[in-house]
Structure formats: structure tokens, C-alpha cells
Design a protein around this ligand. Structure first.
Ligand SMILES: Cc1ncc(COP(=O)(O)O)c(C=O)c1O
Length: 375
């Protein structure tokens, strides 16, 4: 291609390769940075190639830019080919990389369906990429017709979060399938919370829909938020392109080694998810008894979205008593809602104990003439 910034037309590519027409054209020609650890592959006794301090053990060395050992283990756990996924510094970095790969700043746009995870929008804004918002329905499902009608050839990426943060629900399968068939850009399905509900991952559809990309993370169900490991799963050609633009050492050596240690016991996590789900059920039944609680939305994640008579009051009072939850009451469709993560049993019990007190003071604070209508 003579002019690297010339946009491609869809006809230039076969169906499986159409995603390339969505890429920022100049990135098709980028030559990735070749780090010292890329240049030499093999075993050696003396490493004098990367200007590291020779004294010390392990952490004096740059980490593997491809995190091969960690990927091997993760690939085994998830039954994935290593070439089909990339690891990021949290899935937040994967979101950032996807924007970089597909969206021309000041020109292209992404589409999101609020209320949803906030970083899609923030990342887009940082990258000077316009954000088109199509609200979810009142029961937090995708408005597929609206999404398709509002998309143009500038709408490069659609983010779908399922289970969705902050609403906690899964998106209907048929809606997603229709978007995979009819949306012309890249569909990113963010499955940060997928393990809690036991729903099958959308990764199995990547072969069938080459413009599908799935995000997962070790921050939630794997319990490793402190390590910062996000996963981007896609067809191997897209993964290769993402590798060409990622910072060479995006996963620290400490992250790689501790992740491997932790993931060796991955099977034990399943027991924890069952434990968490039973804690969630008992938290729901306790919260449900309070007069101050209007609704607890169904959740396939490790948190609850709870609609209250006065979310700001409860948020303030809980914080005053040392319990921090997330106030989502200013977000569209979440008016009056707090998002509450499921804690350990004793933490949930403490929450309920304190809630009882706040509920009592809340009732007292309501002028008697309003009490009847608040019931
Ligand atoms: C839906 C969703 N995606 C991604 C993330 C970010 O995950 P990570 O910790 O891997 O950056 C979060 C974090 O809350 C999230 O809720």
C-alpha cells in the first residue's frame, strides 16, 4: 500500500481477514521493538546483552516479554492455544491496546452500552477516540437494533460486558450472536466476571466470528488483582498485531513468577467460587428483609447492585462506620443504587449488623408524614 494512512475497504479482504480493514493502516507496517530478550533465543551461561546489573538474583534481569511459562500454564488450564491470547498489565491494558490498534484518534469511535465498566470510555477519551453510547434497556439488556442503527464505518469497536459491571447480569446470548453477525466492527466481549456464574466463555466462538475478541482477567475469580494480569483472546493474527504494539515488558518478572505459583493451585479456586456464591445468596436474603432496600438485581458476578430508598445516605453512613461500597446512584439506569462486592462471611455479617443500625436511623430521620408512602 502506497499511502499507509489510506483506509482499506472491506472488499480488499476475505471474510476471515476483514478485521485488518479495521486496523489503523500505519500499524500494518510497524516493526515492533526487538528487546534484548527477543534477539537471542536459547540457553546461555553469561548474559551481557541487556545492560542489567549483574549482581542479584532473578529480579536484576528483565522478564520474558512473551511470558511464555505463564502462558503455557494458563493455556493448559483454559485449554487454549498459546498463539490465541495475549497477557496485559490487567485487562485495562488490553482495552488500551485494542483502542490503539483499531481507533484512529480524532477520527474513529467506539460504542459502549451504559451502565457499564468505566474504563472503556476513559481509555477512549485519553486516546481522543469518540464514544457512542447506547443505553441498556431498563432490565439491563442490549438494544441490538439501536446499536446497529447508531454504528457507522467509523465505529471500530463495540464493548459488551457480560456479566456486566455494575449491573451484574449476563447479556442475552441471542443478542450477542446477532451483534456478532451484523455489527461490522470488532466486538469485544469483556468476561471479567464469567467464572462466578459458570456461564460458558465466548472464546469458543472466536473461530466462527473472526472479529470477536474476548477479555478475561486474573483480577476477579482468580483472586490476583494485585498482580495485574489481563487476558485478551482472539484469532492468532489479531494477537500477533497486538504483540507488535504492546510495551515489551508489560508483565513484570514478579508478576509472572507469582502468577505461575498461584495458578498451580487453580483448581482450588472452584471451591472458593462456590463458597462465594453461597455467601452471596445469604447476603441477598439478609438485605432483602430491610425496608430501605427497594430491589436487589439478579447477579452472575461477585457483587450485587442494590436499589435503595436513599443510596447516598446509606453510602455515607456505611463509610462512616468503616465499610466502603461503590455509589453508582448517579449513573444512568442505576439511580438510587449501590454496588456491593461480596465479602467473606464475617465481613458480610458485619455489613448486615451495621446496615440494621443505619436502617433504624434512616427510618427515624424520615418525617412521619412521608413514612406511609415510603413503605
Ligand atoms: C468489566 C471489567 N473489565 C475489566 C476490569 C479491569 O480488570 P483488570 O484488573 O484486569 O484491569 C474490571 C475491573 O473492575 C471490570 O469490572
Amino acid at each position: 500500500m502506497d499511502n499507509m494512512n489510506e483506509p482499506f475497504s472491506l472488499q480488499d479482504f476475505s471474510d476471515a481477514d476483514r478485521w485488518q480493514s479495521l486496523m489503523r493502516p500505519h500499524l500494518l507496517k510497524i516493526k515492533p521493538y526487538s528487546s534484548a530478550r527477543d534477539d537471542f533465543k536459547g540457553n546461555a551461561d553469561i548474559w551481557l546483552d541487556a545492560n542489567e546489573l549483574p549482581y542479584g538474583q532473578f529480579l536484576n534481569r528483565y522478564p520474558d516479554p512473551h511470558a511464555k511459562e505463564l502462558k503455557k500454564l494458563l493455556g493448559k488450564i483454559k485449554a487454549w492455544e498459546i498463539s490465541d491470547f495475549l497477557l496485559g498489565n490487567g485487562s485495562d491494558e488490553c482495552i488500551e491496546l485494542l483502542l490503539k490498534l483499531f481507533c484512529e484518534p480524532g477520527q474513529d469511535e467506539i460504542m459502549i452500552c451504559p451502565p457499564t465498566y468505566g474504563m472503556y470510555k476513559v481509555s477512549a477519551q485519553i486516546n481522543n477516540v469518540k464514544v457512542i453510547e447506547v443505553l441498556l434497556t431498563s432490565d439491563f439488556q442490549l438494544q441490538v437494533d439501536e446499536i446497529l442503527n447508531n454504528a457507522s464505518d467509523k465505529t471500530k469497536v463495540l464493548f459488551v460486558c457480560t456479566p456486566n459491571n455494575p449491573t451484574g447480569n449476563l447479556m442475552e446470548r441471542d443478542s450477542i450472536l446477532r451483534l456478532l453477525r451484523e455489527f461490522k466492527g470488532i466486538v469485544v466481549i469483556d468476561e471479567a466476571y464469567v467464572d462466578f456464574g459458570g456461564e460458558e466463555s465466548w472464546t469458543v466462538f472466536v473461530k466462527q466470528f473472526p472479529r470477536l475478541i474476548v477479555l478475561q482477567t486474573l483480577s476477579k475469580s482468580a483472586g490476583l488483582a494485585g498482580l495485574r494480569v489481563g487476558i485478551c483472546y482472539a484469532q492468532s493474527d489479531i494477537i500477533e498485531r497486538l504483540y507488535s504494539i504492546k510495551p515489551p515488558y508489560n508483565l513484570s518478572g514478579a508478576t509472572q513468577i507469582i502468577s505461575i505459583m498461584e495458578l498451580k493451585h487453580y483448581k482450588r479456586r472452584r471451591k472458593l467460587w462456590a463458597k462465594l456464591n453461597s455467601a452471596k445468596a445469604s447476603l441477598i436474603s439478609s438485605l432483602d428483609k430491610f425496608d430501605s432496600v427497594i430491589k436487589i438485581y439478579p447477579s452472575d458476578a461477585n457483587f450485587l447492585l442494590v436499589k435503595l430508598k436513599d443510596a447516598d445516605y446509606f453510602y455515607r453512613e456505611l463509610a462512616e462506620m468503616g465499610i466502603v461500597v461503590r455509589n453508582r446512584s448517579k449513573e444512568a439506569l442505576c439511580e438510587g443504587c449501590l454496588r456491593i462486592s461480596i465479602g467473606k462471611n464475617d465481613e458480610n455479617k458485619q455489613l448486615i449488623k451495621i446496615w440494621k443500625r443505619i436502617d433504624k436511623s434512616f427510618r427515624k430521620s424520615i418525617p412521619s408524614e412521608f413514612k406511609e408512602e415510603m413503605k
